[in-house]
Design a protein around this ligand. Sequence first.
Ligand code: UDP
Length: 335
Amino acid sequence: MRIMVTGGAGYIGSVVTEELLQRGDAVVVYDNLHKGHRDAVVEGAAFVEGDLLDTALLRDTFSQHGVEAVVHMAADSLVGESVKAPAKYYRNNVIGSLNLLDVMHDLGVRHLVFSSTAAVYGEPERQPIEETAPTQPTNPYGETKLAFERALRWYDAAHGIRFVSLRYFNAAGATERCGERHAPETHLIPLVLQAASGHLPEVLVFGDDYPTPDGTCVRDYIHVVDLAQAHVLALRALVQGHPSAIYNLGCGGKGYSVKQVIDCARRVTGRDIRVRVSERRPGDPAVLIASSARITHELGWRPQHQRLEAILESAWRWMQRPGHGAEAGLGNAPH
Ligand code: UDP
């Protein structure tokens, strides 16, 4: 198939592109490079530097590349920034995404896999979180992802555009070629590994007084390859007639605390990692663990890389390679 991957110059988008190419699909990456990197676009994929708000370019790209289905991953995705700049999030994540749907509708493209997020749930009372849990986002990032998910239902009902929305928990790890490289970096695992490699003096632990066993937040870390494979499965299922669906993507119902991640990184890297406890980061729920039972049951998806050690090892290996994280000079981000 000929597939458009929006956001394919980003971390998860580049791995999804790799998986699609490996399975013989043709890919055109559509990315405005605001957060993505040109060199992250996988060889073998076509690339168009473009914005979702540029409807004319979007339409041309669909026509020129004969796009038959879309994996939509382009978005702004920083919780803290979204609280400070909601308009940017509504414009890019809602209006931009609606542009994409309208072009799909006009051109008769009917299958879409959407990257959604655990942030749609807010602070759920029960763990692991099932898809039926109430959606009560606590920030504009989660709110805008949910708004588009809701739009998808109505576009399906009115126009027959079928979708799978994948609510990611914490993507982590790397392939040989693709890894996590944000500037500024805000995510725990790359920051911990930068501290291990000496590029950061220490890791800040955002709060150790949460109601969790060691007081630090617990998250569900899923290997980016497992995540990417879920997109491929979802796309295949849609093409074979699967109805629209929403699935959580986590790593088997188990979470790790911030302290556990740091301890594991010390073991994997064999390096010392200095830690300083600082105040809580606003908007961080204490625990987020997915139930992924629904996608396992309906699509047969099963994570293959469940050990945190393996996830960290892959990210560490990737960072050591020339031109990757270790040399990117990334600093600890303000929060
Ligand atoms: N975290 C931390 N120090 C950091 C970055 C993150 O203690 O420098 C914590 C954060 O509070 C959260 C967990 O690590 O509990 C995972 O954060 P991340 O930003 O990686 O992902 P999120 O869960 O926010 O999507």
